[in-house]
Design a protein around this ligand. Structure first.
Ligand code: ADP
Ligand code: MG
Length: 285
């Protein structure tokens, strides 16, 4: 499914002394099957943007269209929309509430109207897809580690079989193992099930691993939108809006080498090529 924003602005508390302009004339479109990273400093509007995409917030101006349907139109079925465009909030474990892991993940499909046995099948399948061990299904979600809780919360959204999965800072506060496990699952969901993935993160390594395209927000505006490689190679422009690049890209930048490198493997190849060329040159001179 496609998501399109046309000149969208959003204000919190419009018309009051507390008014905040969170988004300012944002236009973008995301096609079915894409993997998109959304970056930007704190307060740049990332969370506001993703809540507009699944209709939790309504634009103050402009239009949000999902599969061509304007979410602000009367009669748009927002419940079905939120099932198809699943949003995993930042710190989603704060929204776990059932007595067991399985019951928690069943909540979404039950709420959609599936009978208990079918809901349970969907929940089990989602838990397996995010790598939660069956041994944990009947435990309280609150007894789990941070990483496992996060997986349960993602399964809660995945159980509703969304076409698009939006994750708002899914690895925030996790240790490297927890973070790697979750990112690996997200990549697999995207590759194997062709789910559109929209990942909000200010961790550049996470974005480089998951997203083929990056949208950069600054002060409520889209300031960059392009392939992950092309956006990260704009090291100086990113520094200017207060963002970094993956560490390997930063290293290449500081060495004065080509910056269109986003993984360690690519850096290795580029540095070898460079050394080889350098070797040849110095022998010739
Ligand atoms: P990000 O996710 O990039 O940190 P947000 O979308 O949360 O950015 O915030 C964008 C702007 O809107 C910030 O100035 C923030 O303070 C403000 N904001 C966010 N949520 C609320 C809210 N619920 N009430 C009032 N202001 C908010
Ligand atoms: Mg946020």
């Amino acid at each position: 499914m496609s998501i399109e924003l046309k000149d969208v602005s959003f204000y919190y508390f419009p018309g009051t002394p507390m008014e905040v302009k969170a988004l300012d004339g944002v236009s973008l479109s995301i096609e079915d099957g894409e993997s998109v990273g959304i970056m930007g400093p704190t307060g740049s509007g990332k969370s506001t943007l993703v809540q507009l995409m699944n209709g939790l917030l309504k634009p103050s101006a402009g239009e949000v269209l999902v599969d061509g349907i304007n979410l602000s139109s009367k009669g748009t079925n927002l419940k079905s929309l939120r099932q198809r465009v699943g949003l995993v909030f930042q710190y989603p474990e704060h929204q776990l509430f059932e007595e067991t892991v399985l019951a928690d993940v069943c909540f979404g499909p039950r709420n959609m109207g599936f009978p208990p046995d079918k809901a349970e099948i969907m929940a089990r399948e989602a838990l397996r897809a995010v790598g939660v061990d069956e041994k944990l299904f009947h435990r309280s979600p609150f007894e789990l580690s941070g990483g496992q809780m996060r997986r349960v919360a993602i399964a809660g959204v995945l159980a509703m079989s969304p076409n698009t999965l939006i994750l708002d800072e899914p690895t925030a506060g996790l240790d490297p193992r927890g973070r790697n496990g979750i990112l690996g699952r997200i990549v697999r969901l995207h590759e194997e099930r062709k789910i559109t993935v929209i990942l909000v993160s200010h961790n550049m390594e996470d974005i480089a691993r998951v997203a083929k395209r990056v949208i950069v927000l600054s002060k409520g505006k889209v300031v960059m939108d392009g392939s992950t490689r092309s956006v990260f190679s704009e090291v100086e422009a990113l520094h200017e809006v207060g963002l970094g690049v993956p560490q390997v890209t930063e290293l290449m930048y500081r060495l004065g080498l080509p910056c269109d490198v986003i993984t360690v493997e690519e850096a290795r190849t580029a540095i070898r090529d460079w050394l080889r060329r350098k070797g040849t040159c110095s022998r010739e001179s």
